[in-house]
Design a protein around this ligand. Structure first.
Ligand code: ADP
Ligand code: MG
Length: 264
């Protein structure tokens, strides 16, 4: 069984891409077969893996989705899945923003990504989708294709306030399109333990959602090393394995695997 997780939040800069990459890497370190999908037209995940010139990549998640829309056969997966160390990736470039527009008139427009994924999901234990900062058609496609979601949230007032709208949207997709979605959890990122604001927002989230949604006990701390690792095209775990963020993502991977065992 492949677990397909969408990392979602309509707010930008909350750690979706960082979480996708580092959780994916940590799961691969534990022997899992992992695929990451870059579903953000800004392509931060693709760029952070070292594909700066991503406009020249010929087959991306955008072209695969476009083939499904046009009813064309998809190429062999060897032609578009890139292996970066222990993880596999389907990259992205700015063409994905044109796909989002063409989805508006496509048949079964919510199901395009899910159809693409039929081609390769049997080869992976985990597929993690890095979503764009919007609740548009691309994110709906991710929610329709996944069986779980992780919601990174930073300890800021606006980030916490946006949760209500996001959860409402996820529940709507669950009712109408994909009853398999489980909200695996809210993940606090860029958390500064000694800051009152961090604590206050954490409590606000726990009060508002703690009864209905799991909040990961592992919080991801803030560290300047994260930015440095991105510049070096490395995960934080490779760049600074004793760093607190590296350790937190490895602990998160453990928590993800443990939750798996207890629900199976
Ligand atoms: N734990 C962290 N500590 C410090 N900086 C972080 C951390 N996680 C992410 N960042 C930085 O914050 C910015 C936004 O993170 P990113 O993962 O790209 O968010 P999103 O994908 O939600 O837009 C990036 O510059 C990233 O390097
Ligand atoms: Mg991102």
């Amino acid at each position: 069984m492949c677990k397909i997780t969408a990392v979602v939040n309509q707010k930008g800069g909350v750690g979706k891409t960082t979480t996708t990459l580092n959780l994916g890497y940590a799961l691969a370190e534990k022997g899992k077969k992992v695929l990451l999908i870059d579903l953000d037209p800004q392509s931060s995940l693709t760029v952070s893996l070292g594909y700066d010139d991503n406009d020249s990549i010929t087959t991306t998640i955008a072209s695969l989705m476009s083939m499904v829309i046009e009813d064309e056969e998809l190429p062999d997966k060897k032609e578009y899945i890139i292996s970066v160390g222990a993880i596999d990736v389907i990259p992205c470039n700015i063409e994905l923003s044109a796909i989002e527009v063409s989805l508006v008139n496509a048949m079964s427009r919510e199901m395009i990504l899910k159809t693409v994924m039929q081609e390769f999901k049997e080869y992976y234990d985990y597929i993690i989708i890095d979503c764009s900062p919007s609740l548009g058609m691309l994110t709906i496609n991710a929610l329709a294709a996944c069986n779980s979601v992780i919601i990174p949230v930073t300890p800021e007032y606006l980030s916490a306030k946006g949760l209500e709208l996001l959860l409402r949207n996820i529940i709507r997709v669950k009712k109408k399109i994909n009853e398999k979605i489980s909200i695996d959890g809210i993940l606090l990122t860029m958390y500064v333990e000694r800051m009152n604001l961090s604590k206050e927002i954490k409590e606000m989230i726990e009060d508002a959602y703690g009864k209905t949604v799991h909040i990961y006990t592992n919080r991801i701390p803030k560290s300047v090393k994260v930015g440095e690792s991105t510049m070096k095209n490395k995960t934080i775990i490779e760049y600074a394995k004793n760093n607190k963020v590296a350790i937190a993502y490895q602990e998160l991977a453990k928590e993800v695997l443990d939750n798996e065992c207890s629900t199976n």
